[in-house]
Write a protein that binds this ligand. Sequence first.
Ligand code: S3P
Length: 446
Amino acid sequence: MSMQTNLSLSSQRTDNLAGIIDVPGDKSMSHRSLILGSLAIGTTKVTGLLEGADVLATADAMRALGVDITRHDDGTWVIVGQGLHGLVAPETALDLGNSGTGVRLLMGVVAGQAITATFTGDASLSVRPMARITDPLQQMGTHVASRDGGLLPVTITGQSEPMAISYESPVASAQIKSAILLAGLTARGDTEVIEPHASRDHTESMLRHFGATVEQTVRDDGTHHVQLHGGAQLIAADIAVPRDPSSAAFPMVAALLTKGSDITLPSIGMNPLRTGLITTLIEMGGDISILNPRDEGGEPVADLRVRHSDLHGINIPAERAASMIDEFPILSVAATQAYGTTIMNGVAELRVKETDRIKVMADGLIAAGAIVSYDDDTMTVTGGPIAGGMTVNSQHDHRIAMSFLTLGLISNAPVSVEGCETIHTSFPDFAKIMQNAGANIAETGS
Ligand code: S3P
């Protein structure tokens, strides 16, 4: 795969975004399609797969674990499943690049196989915490060796029958939950994960789609429990991946903020555990119509029509954070254009994403002239004019790059963003697609 390095883009004031914008497939579901298809018996066909760097890294890792995965010319991906015990030890380390989801879910997969694999990643992934995954896996009997403090490279030696555990996660994290459930697939008995709030449940839905028995319950104390019955084979089943609501977030906010805009985003995934941003923007006064709600391949989807709106600030409850965890950077851009103050509560997890997203967004927004403050778990933005005229670096974070390019569309002077090659992680054609809708985004210097 070739990818341009050191791509700098700059964006400037734009009005009248228009047309139909097709965003790529859902990143979370794309990773899971490749992983569960590999562990099933039979052949799984996947349509709508996100062909971004993160997902391609997971496909390469599954191939290194012995799975036959091919992309057909019509864009369909075909996975020849190896069954629950069919993976082989990779000859070299598995490099998951920038992908936290890929590396963490695959640690769970390897924990359930009698093989050893070493995991590596890029500069951003190499400083992200992995103990949150390896600690519960060790409780299941997995042998783990890692760099100081639980950082990559991590070497996992799994077992063909790990111990079934009940794990109470301190944070609502689909990556933690999914790694444990994937390891639990080959355990004898029921594996349980308990979360303080519900995180996205694509693993649970897709496991059921492949025939596994998974139960989700909410207890009186508000905790969310997921139980997987281990040992049952997964049976191949085709998957249609919906378009990613976390990618739709960028054109959605761009259209709300720019005068005269009116865009349509077809077939966006509307899983209720992913729609916190849409709820929030509507509460802020955003004109977002949810059209043709329907079920496609077992997941709810809808077309979204988004028009320029005058927004006002709101206080966003902490319980909603997990359902919009990847959308806070672009929401903080929207909040700069809302009348009054927007308070984002329960955002501590942003500090351990591809970057410390609270600090990186606050620093860049303040440099652009916005009014922003934050503490460990809260970020506050007060609306006002944006001067722009500055350069920020993505710090290997796709969502930081796209957020600041969106900010430039409403800034008085252009915003330049270095390190835009990282956008390829989740939204390969972002700049082109936004340009086609009328956005003033160009390569710096061109
Ligand atoms: C993801 C879960 C989220 C999210 C990430 C994708 C997933 O992370 O930020 O982009 O696919 O499971 P956490 O589960 O750690 O919050």
